[in-house]
Write a protein that binds this ligand. Structure first.
Ligand SMILES: [Cu+2]
Length: 330
């Protein structure tokens, strides 16, 4: 092959690879990772993607070069020269993919084994799916409609279903696991990123499937210890307090009556004043709207970080208790 052709082939390959790389990097294909397992899965994804971009560049270069260089002339009706395979080429294009696919298998197998590893002292949480809700039961026997877990600890989710097949999925944790009646499946998560992320049922399970959502609060180990303490005391105190604690409001808000010290959202001890400033009707109405539809009014200085799920998650009677509890103030 002439030197000029090799330079042309390489140039086409580099351009094709560059375009592919831009598409791969400019579009956020994956959700942010909130756990060690997701980090590893993302690594496998990118490892495979890099290999794919390399293979694509080579194929695109040869294809585009051939179409361009070996195109038949306008008056050329002759047949091409007879060719009879090329053993050398065939060995090369069999051996290289074999090596690449083996590499992907090995990396995947290592990640799979690491992701299944729960360590010696995992926090075991039972996950019960039913049409159309999630129930999370902690080692102390308390159950909640949402999941709260600390960072930096292996958490083993013991997943089952009470009726039909569901599937547990948190996009930011990358893993899915079926919830099957009469069977216990598990996944291990090791949260790393504090925040609130959706829990989604990803197996069509009936009419309410699309509403079968909850959320997972990833909190600091200290925040988790506080939450466990508060959660255990939830049966005492006014009814609104239990609703406040069960929905994880204290993770983001300060509110003295609940001994909550969260700093992500506004200090709810000042709600009366905040409501006046907001000019959105009476205190009760303002609080209810803020919980059910937080995006309707964003408190200046804060972002729309409050989950939009409470409107469907908190039943009307509980919501009333919660609103009254907050309206009473400190
Ligand atoms: Cu479901």
């Amino acid at each position: 092959m002439r030197r000029g052709s090799i330079i042309q082939l390489t140039a086409i390959g580099l351009v094709a690879g560059a375009i592919c790389t831009v598409v791969a990097l400019a579009i956020p294909w994956l959700p942010v990772s909130a756990g060690q397992e997701a980090d590893r899965i993302h690594f496998v994804f990118w490892f495979t993607t890099v290999i794919c971009i390399c293979v694509f560049s080579v194929v695109a270069a040869v294809l585009i070069y051939s179409v361009w260089k070996f195109r038949a002339g306008p008056d050329d009706d002759s047949d091409g020269p007879p060719t009879h395979g090329n053993t050398q080429l065939e060995i090369v294009w069999t051996a290289i993919p074999a090596v690449l696919v083996t590499a992907i298998s090995i990396v995947s197998a290592i990640v799979l084994a690491q992701n299944g590893h729960a360590g010696t002292n995992p926090l075991i949480i039972k996950v019960d799916a039913r049409q159309f809700a999630w129930k999370f039961t902690y080692p102390n026997g308390k159950s909640f409609g949402f999941l709260t877990v600390p960072t930096g600890r292996h958490v083993k989710l013991d997943i089952t279903s009470e009726d039909v097949i569901h599937s547990f999925w948190v996009p930011q944790l990358s893993q899915k696991q079926d919830a099957v009646p009469g069977q216990h499946n598990s996944i291990v998560i090791t949260p790393t990123r504090i925040g609130t992320y959706p829990v989604i049922c990803t197996e069509l399970c009936g009419l309410g499937h699309a509403l079968m959502r909850s959320h997972i609060n990833i909190v600091s180990p200290a925040g988790y210890a506080t939450w466990v303490k508060q959660g255990s005391a939830a049966s005492a105190g006014p009814p609104g307090l239990a609703v406040f604690q069960q929905n994880g409001c204290g993770g983001c808000h300060t509110f003295k009556p609940a001994a909550a010290t969260g700093k992500v959202g506004p200090d709810l001890d000042n709600l009366a004043q905040l409501a006046k400033q907001a000019k959105r009707g009476a205190l009760d109405a303002f609080i209810e709207e803020s919980i059910v539809k937080p995006q309707a009014y964003i408190q200046p200085g804060f972002s729309d970080a409050m989950p939009h799920i409470f409107g469907t998650q908190i039943p009307p009677d509980k919501l009333k208790q919660l609103v009254q509890y907050l309206a009473k103030g400190p």
